[in-house]
Design a protein around this ligand. Sequence first.
Ligand code: PLP
Length: 392
Amino acid sequence: MTNNSLEDQIVKAISSVVGDAPVSLHEPLFIGNEWNYLKDCLDSTYVSSVGTYVDKFEEALKNCTGAKYAIAVVNGTSALQMSLQLAGVSFDCEVLVPALSFVATANAVTYAGGIPHFVECEESTLGIDADRLMNYLADISVVEGGQCINRSTGRVIKSVVPMHTFGHPVNMKGLMNVAKTHKLSIVEDAAESLGSAYAGRHTGTIGLLGILSFNGNKTITTGGGGAILTNDSELASLAKHLTTTAKINHDWEFSHDRVGYNFRLPNINAALGCAQLEQLPKFIEAKRSLFAQYKRAFAGVDQLRLVAEPENSYSNYWLQTLLLSESVENRRDDILSETNRRGIQTRPSWNLLHTLKPYKDCPRMDLPVAESLQRRIINIPSSSQLAGGLVD
Ligand SMILES: *Cc1c(COP(=O)(O)O)cnc(C)c1O
C-alpha cells in the first residue's frame, strides 16, 4: 500500500480529528444528573412501571420537540408498531418504507400485520425520494373510496414512513404532498433524529404520529427506550392506554377493555432519560462541531464527500457519513477493513431491506439510487465527546 492511498488519507483525516485509536462509532456519555436521578429512583424503590420519572420524561420530550403529546415506551420499534396501528395499519395493508433503513422500520410494519413496500431514496437527504414516489404511485395505484389501492396486489396502501437517515431530515414537504394526493397517513421514523428539525419543526412531529429511539447507540439513551409523538389528543390517549395493557383506571380492580401491550418504559430508564435530555443541546452542539472538524480534515480528499444537512433543515448529525464517489465505490471494503484494523470503528450502511430474507418478496420500486448509496456509505466515529470541549 502506498503512503497516500485512499485508505491512508481517510485514516489520517479521521485521526486528525478524533485522536488516538481505539475509537468507536458511537458511545453514550453520562456527565450530567444520571447518577443523581438513578440513585433517587433506586432509593424510592419505584424502578418499574410506576413512578414520577416517566411523567417527567414525557413532559421534557414535549418541551424539547414541541409535540403536544409524548408517550414513553420500551423501545423505538414498539413505538413504531403502535404508531402504525394507530395510523390504521392492519392485516394485509401495504406501508411505504424506504429501502435504505434499519430492519426495525420494516419489522414494525410486519408486527402491525402490514406488508412493507420498499421505495426509492435520494442522494441529497438519503431518505425517500418524494418526486419519484409521486410518479410511481400515479403509475401503480388508484384512489378509490378515499383509499389508495395497489392495482397489482389489490391491497390498500395505508401509510408512508419517512425516515430521517443518520439524523438528516427527509423532504417532508414533498412527502406531505404525496400523502395528501394518495390518501396516505404519515408515520415518521425519527428514531435517529432527536433534535433535528425540518422547516423549523422537530422531526417526528410533522406527520400524524412520529417515533424516537433512546437505544444505547442513539444521540441520547435510556438504556433501551422509545417514544411516540403526536399532536392528536385522541391518538395520544389511545397510545398511552394501549401501551400500558389497556387497563381501566381503578383503585384496585384489574379490568382491560382492549388487547393492550406491555410497552411502557420503566421508571428507572425514564430517570436516565431525564438526565440525558437535559444535555441534548450540548450533545448536538458537539456533534455539529465534529462535522465541521471532519469537513476541514477531509477538504483535500476528493474521492468522497461528507454528508451535510439538507436544505431547509437542521440536523443532529447523529452518525457522520462519508459518501464515496462512484469511481471508488469498489474500495469501500478495503477502507472498512483498514480503518477497523487500525482501531477506528467504521461501518457500511444497512443491507437494503428488500434484500433481506424475510422481505425479499415484498413489493418495491426500482431502487438504483438506494443501491448506489448502499455501496458508497461509510459511517465514521460520531460520539459527542469526540468533538472536544465536553469532557477532558
Ligand atoms: C434505532 C432505530 C429504530 C429502532 O429503535 P430501537 O429503540 O432500537 O427499537 C428504528 N428505526 C431506525 C431507523 C433506527 O435507527
